[in-house]
Write a protein of this length. Sequence first.
Length: 480
Amino acid sequence: MAHASSEGEFDLVIRGGTVVLPEGPAEIDVGVRGEHIAALAPGLPPGRKDVPARGRIVLPGGVDSHCHMDQPPWEGRSTADDFNSGTLSALCGGTTTVIPFAMQMRGQSLRAAVDDYHERARSKAHIDYGFHLIIGDPTEKVLKDEIPRLVAEGCTSFKIYLTYEGLKLDDYEVLNVLDVARSEGAMVMVHAENDACIRWLTERFLAARKTQLRYHGLAHPEIGDREATFRAISLAELVETPLLISHVSAAGAVEEIRRAKARGLPVYAETCPQYLFLTSEDMDTPDLSGAMCVCTPPPRHRSNQPEIWRGIFDGTLEVFSSDHSPWNYADKIAGGPDVPFTRIPNGIPGIETRLPLLYSAGVNMDRLSLLKFAELTAANPARLFGLYPRKGAIALGSDADLAIWDPAREVTITNAMLHHATDHTPYEGRVVRGWPVATISRGDVVWNDGQITSMPGRGRFLACNRPFTPKQDLPPVLAS
């Protein structure tokens, strides 16, 4: 599995590790020249700097394609992480690329949201980043002017919501966004929950004074996820454009995605750590500590977890992202001991623990191969969002984004050891085996044996390629 290299001295050589290439693991060295991978072969000559990796695993730097940081205030509160702390936490967890969200609310300009997000990120990001567009108000100007221009500038993926006041789109609006994505070659991600089910159940729980945390999960029913997933797939099928179902939590949604794939539809899906490692029981606490686990979709009954794992194994779920949405616990419970579940901000931190949790439960428990792990956490999201092979692969010419793992290192997760700006982790006290001990971003060692050697502002904006070929013709249903 040796790969040729051009002549010249290497700036960096990662020596003696098990390197996870796109075709599988190999015992080779990695030679880096400038910001790129220049050689992959055993016995490379010394570089200006050598990083020993014998007995370690060298993986492509993680690509976290679903994370929130430095978003404008939501219902009067702001997320805890800005681009400084958020990307620092990511790199300390073996992630070298993030794609957070520039969020447009009703009545706002999408262009203004993106310009604001560039300003928030430019001087703070430690690692490279792209932007998804959250489309909350698909006006004619947004659809015909702003989206095509932003896609041309490298924002080639959109997220839409089927629930949340101020963000949710009706089916007609969803069809319009899907149509623009089709003509622009962009990816549409969807938050697939049934808004009417949530509102109907919430109203009745509150009327019956059932306000405890456990009712958050009950008010976001699994059947609502299944229906919304089916509906989103159906609308994308009508327009004939690809679709990605975000943060899949429920077995019924997995089954709908699997059925769509069996019909040959270009439907993709992701899941997140909270749906494998948390359950509805973690929210159902006598005090408010369960608020640490409140997110949407919520952690489900543990009976869903085998189906989430099966979806990962059989390729129904191609992406494993964090959905890092870091609210301080103090903000979550600011309403006091009797705060109703409807007033708990939705979201949990997880950008630094995403990879170790999956490595420990997946690779180290013989559920996942190293190659499958690399695909779920780096290669697949890079492909689906127009960054591969620049990101997500250890290959000649790719950016030198790598993470060196100690596969046997046992770590007890505590919030004190993490680098986010959040005052808690829902995984406090959980023991994992396997941890990233060094991270390299574009040839720079930015994390090494507990030492941070990065600076805010070294990260660059990534103009993503169009993940699909634009289709300028009418959707077939209109052309018939």
